[in-house]
Design a protein around this ligand. Structure first.
Ligand SMILES: Nc1nc2c(c(=O)[nH]1)N[C@H]1C(S)=C(S)[C@@H](COP(=O)(O)O)O[C@H]1N2
Ligand SMILES: [Mo]
Length: 439
């Protein structure tokens, strides 16, 4: 491969990485990795890996701009696949976790290549190869009849297609103060795609639930990392029997992608994303609350009462996090754009409220002193996000923030400051979008 193509050479890359804020130790590890792999002779592979057709230089700048650190990137290459999506802000690569900036999530239906990725383990080989051979879904436990369903069996059952929102329980974690450990999601660990599959209820009815059935336990094919148990969570039978809870085999009209759960996943809309098991291969019907590792302790749990920021309540006082709470996101304009005094700036975004409806969304351009109601559009189905639209203008040059505040059907509002919990779950502080105004 021609070393000059994309004008990517060692010094250039080093310069860009340093410019992007890489630490000296990152640079060293990166250099070492690069020379070990003879990387600098394979510029073409580089551009292909990051999924940009443009110059390698620009691609690398873009990656750094999205906060992708070079070591993580080098490791991603090392594991054999840059399992990313173009434009995704990658937080880690093993496991891979990434989100999209709000302005990339403007669509009413989130395209598959813009749906965030949240993994606890590795992506199964079967998913990488898109190979359904030998896959089956087992339904066992508190049922009259154990089921073993192939992909064809599922496809032959009556299916539904619905726009449904999935949001990671940790979305917004980066806005917690004091900071909490865990993937530092900003606003983008949320998506509202169109899912096709069989209502879980139909499958459970076919198996026949015993009276003792109270909870589901979901299992998937993803190999765990380190000494963790395989990722497994579950939901109460009532939510499993909701007609919107799906065992999905298509996303936006196509087979699921490797990263989003091929061949089959659960979609539990309105609830924290961890309930929506990917790479599903077993549903264990339990006679008690599911008790796998990720159901216990502090995992996906919130305190039963408000706690002082930075404190750690006893385990017994932690409750399982279930439905999301009222929230909104501004998708237009893009953060930090330059506008002119007096210009009418279109503002747009989405709002959602877990099990509730959204009543209204207001915006403010003066730190919440004055609010303006927006035009709110109801989604096509329950558990899809609403869309709001309005316009704003600024009277003087300077720095401004556009704030959005949604209100749900019970009158609950998004807070101006983020209430705190030890693992940074259910963050719903108002989205603040900075803009710069010039004369
Ligand atoms: N098998 C399996 N399913 C999983 C996970 C996982 O690590 N393994 N992560 C969960 C979490 S925490 C979230 S937020 C959603 C994310 O779904 P997505 O990656 O399709 O956006 O998947 C859930 N399902
Ligand atoms: Mo999550």
């Amino acid at each position: 491969m021609n070393k000059k193509s994309g004008s990517l050479d060692r010094d250039r890359v080093r310069g860009l990485l340093a410019e992007g804020g890489a630490r000296p130790e990152d640079l060293e590890r990166y250099e070492e990795y690069m020379s070990r792999r003879g990387f600098f002779g394979r510029v073409g592979a580089f551009t292909a890996l990051v999924g940009f057709g443009a110059g390698a230089d620009a691609a690398l700048r873009g990656l750094l701009g999205q906060g992708l650190i070079p070591v993580a990137w080098a490791e991603a290459v090392e594991t054999g696949a840059m399992q990313s999506k173009p434009g995704m802000t990658v937080h880690n690569t093993r496991p891979i976790n990434g989100e999209f900036a709000p302005h990339l999530l403007n669509d009413d239906i989130t395209p598959s290549e813009r749906h965030f990725v949240r993994n606890n383990g590795l992506v199964p080989n079967r998913a990488e190869k898109q190979d359904p051979q030998g896959w089956a879904l087992t339904v066992d436990g508190e049922v009259d009849k154990t089921l073993k369903l192939t992909l064809d069996d599922l496809r032959q059952m009556p299916s539904v297609t619905k726009a449904l929102l999935i949001e990671c329980g940790g979305n917004g974690r980066a806005l917690f103060d004091p900071p909490v450990r865990g993937t530092p999601w900003k606003n983008g660990a949320v998506g509202c795609s169109e899912w096709t599959g069989v209502p879980l209820k139909e499958i459970l009815n076919r198996a026949g639930l015993k009276n003792s059935a109270v909870y589901t336990g979901h299992y998937g094919e993803d190999p765990p990392i380190g000494d963790h148990q395989a990722f497994s969570r579950g939901i109460p039978i009532e939510k499993a029997m909701d007609e919107h809870t799906l065992v999905a085999y298509q996303m936006n009209g196509q087979d699921l992608s490797a990263l989003n759960g091929y061949p089959v996943r659960v979609v539990v809309p309105g609830w924290i994303g961890s309930a929506s098991q990917k790479w599903l291969n077993r549903i264990w019907i339990r006679d008690q609350v599911h008790d796998a590792e990720k159901m216990t302790g502090y995992s996906y749990r919130i305190p039963a009462y408000p706690v002082p920021p930075g404190s750690r309540p006893p385990k017994e006082d932690m409750e399982i996090a279930t439905a999301w709470i009222v929230k909104s996101m501004i998708t237009r304009p893009e953060a930090n754009i330059n506008i002119n005094v007096g210009d009418k700036v279109p503002v747009r975004g989405h709002a959602w409220a877990g099990e509730r409806e959204v009543r209204r969304v207001d915006v403010s351009t003066d730190y919440g002193l004055n609010w303006k109601e927006t035009k709110l559009r109801k989604p096509s189905s329950k558990y899809a996000w609403y869309t709001f639209e309005t316009q704003v203008a600024f009277p003087n040059k300077g720095y401004y923030e556009i704030w959005a505040r949604a209100e749900d059907s019970e009158g609950a509002l998004q807070p101006a400051r983020q209430p705190w919990n030890p693992k940074g779950y259910l963050g719903n502080v108002m989205h603040r979008l900075p803009v710069l105004c010039a004369v």
